[in-house]
Design a protein around this ligand. Structure first.
Ligand code: NAD
Length: 263
């Protein structure tokens, strides 16, 4: 899986077709969508139109909450695959654990069937807390390849990252730029950006990459799509990394996975 990909949350279907095309042209080779985003069709159209060989593009999608459970998940996967116009996806994720519904183990067993049938190349989860990961690894046999969680300098998720390391799960950061809300104006980040003659967004993405996180920044602005992938030709030094790591506030922008239960 490429360590940096392109996320399409909140991008309408027709716009996703254009912005995914722009991202593929800019060199992105990993796309993160989800059934609930309503843009699997546009994403698939852009992939088909790119002319790139299928095996060069890494496609992630996610099963939505209302489709959790063994049979519903298998049906939802067929729908996602048809919308994407693909015959396999590279990574399929359980979007939220919904602990109060207690269906994620059965959902994951459907994922294991899709994996055994080679309809997905890898399976994983999103928004899982350490206790959900431990239960999965006790009750199922395929270790999730990734856990995609909210992670940015204001929410560094040290406990989850440690558990991922212990269980052999890759950490993928959603909202890696903190949704652009304020984080990119934080003086410490602006100062590091000036020092390297880079933008704050590039500095934050570089911090993730050097920590070992997978990132999927989103933008629909072509210049930002290009800016966000131009992060492989500079590095932050130890002092920069420490200054960004000091910004942790354990502050979420999104819902708490322990209680989030939207259908
Ligand atoms: P993000 O942190 O990627 O921020 C995106 C916003 O930051 C943009 O809308 C724009 O306003 C701003 N931005 C982007 N590039 C910029 C730049 N170079 N300079 C200045 N501002 C810039 O937030 P996100 O979209 O929430 O997260 C990224 C992806 O993560 C999503 O598209 C989606 O694929 C995934 N995601 C997953 C979940 C989940 O529950 N699994 C939840 C949220 C997001």
């Amino acid at each position: 899986m490429p360590q940096l990909g392109y996320g399409v949350w909140q991008v309408p279907d027709d716009e996703a077709e254009r912005s995914v095309a722009t991202a593929l042209q800019a060199g992105y080779r990993s796309i993160d969508t989800a059934a609930i985003y309503g843009n699997e069709e546009g994403t698939g159209k852009a992939i088909a139109a790119s002319g790139l060989p299928r095996e060069e593009i890494f496609v992630t999608t996610k099963v939505w909450n209302s489709d959790q459970g063994y049979d519903a998940t298998l049906r939802a996967f067929d729908t996602s695959l048809a919308k994407l116009g693909l015959d396999y996806v590279d990574l399929y994720l359980i979007h939220w654990p919904l602990p109060s519904r207690d269906a994620y183990v059965d959902t994951y067993k459907a994922f294991e069937k899709l994996y055994a049938d080679k309809r997905v190349r890898a399976i994983g989860v999103s928004n899982f807390l350490p206790e959900h990961l431990r239960r999965l690894t006790e009750e199922t046999s395929v270790v999730p390849a990734v856990n995609q969680i909210e992670l940015h300098p204001h929410l560094q998720q040290r406990a989850s990252r440690a558990v991922h390391g212990e269980l052999g799960i890759a950490t993928e950061a959603w909202s890696p730029l903190g949704q652009g809300k304020g984080l990119l104006e934080v003086p410490a980040i602006v100062a590091i950006a000036r020092k390297h003659d880079r933008t704050p967004a590039q500095v934050v993405l570089r911090w993730h990459l050097q920590l070992g996180n997978i990132v999927i920044p989103k933008s629909v602005t072509p210049s930002r799509i290009e800016e966000n992938i131009a992060v492989f030709d500079f590095s932050l030094d130890d002092e920069d990394l420490a200054a960004i790591s000091a910004l942790n506030e354990d502050r979420r922008l999104g819902p708490d996975p322990a209680t989030f239960d939207m259908a």
